[in-house]
Design a protein around this ligand. Sequence first.
Ligand SMILES: Nc1ncnc2c1ncn2[C@@H]1O[C@H](COP(=O)(O)OP(=O)(O)OP(=O)(O)O)[C@@H](O)[C@H]1O
Ligand SMILES: [Mg+2]
Length: 275
Amino acid sequence: MLRVSDLRIKTKNKEIVKGISFTVKDGEIVGIVGESGSGKTLTALSVADLLPEGVSAQGSIELDNDKNMLEMSETELRSIKGDKIGMIFQEPMTSLNPTMRIGRQVIEPLVIHKKTDKKLMKYMAVSMLEAVGLEDAEEICNKYPHELSGGMRQRVMIAMAMINEPSLLIADEPTTALDVVVQKQIIDLIKKINEDNNTSVIFITHNLKLVRQFCDKVLVMKDGMIVEQGTPERIFNEPKEQYTRELINAIPVRTRRKVQKQEKLENEKVVAVNE
Ligand SMILES: Nc1ncnc2c1ncn2[C@@H]1O[C@H](COP(=O)(O)OP(=O)(O)OP(=O)(O)O)[C@@H](O)[C@H]1O
Ligand SMILES: [Mg+2]
C-alpha cells in the first residue's frame, strides 16, 4: 500500500536521509529502529507530508498505487493527508491544541476533509473516544488537553488520527513518554486497530523488544540509510549487520531470553492448533 523509493531528505546544507527504499503492505506493521538522529522521524514526516520548514524530500512516495506524493499539487496532497494517513507523535501535549476542547479537536480532521453534519460529528467524536478506551467520553469531549493524563492524551491523539479511518497509521515513539502499564495498553490499542480495520502501521521506536513482539517487518536505520530489513525473527536471530548486532546486544540478556521463550511458546501454540 505504500512504496517509498530512493527517498532523500535534505536540509539547506546537508543530506540527512540518503536514498532509502521500503514498502508497507496492507495490514502490515513495519517497525523502524536505529540510533537517535538516524532519520526515522524525518522519514515518517515526509510520508505524512509534514516536513518542517527548510527540509525537503526527493525520490518517490506512492500510496495505494497512486502517483508520487512528492510530485503532487497542494490540492491533491490535501485529499490524501489526514484522509489516508494518520500520524501520532511521542508527546501529545505538543501536538494537541491547548486552547481547544478535546471533542472539537478529535473531529478537526473531519471538518477539514469532509463536510459532515454537526450532530453526527459530535456522535463520532464520542464513539471514537470510546473506541480508544476512554471512559466518560462525553465528559472528556468538554475538557482541555491539560486536564487529561499523558496516557489519555495519547489515546485522544490516536482517536484523532483514526477518525477518518486512514489506511496507514504512523506512530513515532507513541509510548516513550508513558509508564509501562499505559505503554502496553497503547500498543494493544494500535494492534487492535491494525487487526480490526486492516490498517497498515509504521511504528518508530527505540524498544527492540516491542518490535519483536509487535512488528511484521523491521527496518534498521543508521546515518540516514537502511542498513538492514527483514522479519523481526530473522533480524534478531541472524543479524547480518554489525550495527544490528550492537543494537540487539544493547537489550538486557534477560529480556532477550524472555522474548525468545515467549516466541517459542507461541510457535508451539500455532503447531498445536494446526495439528
Ligand atoms: N527541522 C530540522 N532542520 C534541520 N535539521 C533537522 C531538522 N529536524 C531534524 N534534523 C536533523 O536530521 C537528523 C535526523 O533527525 P530525525 O529527527 O529524523 O532523527 P530520529 O532518527 O528520529 O532520532 P530520534 O531517535 O532521536 O527521534 C538529525 O541529525 C537532526 O538534527
Ligand atoms: Mg525521532
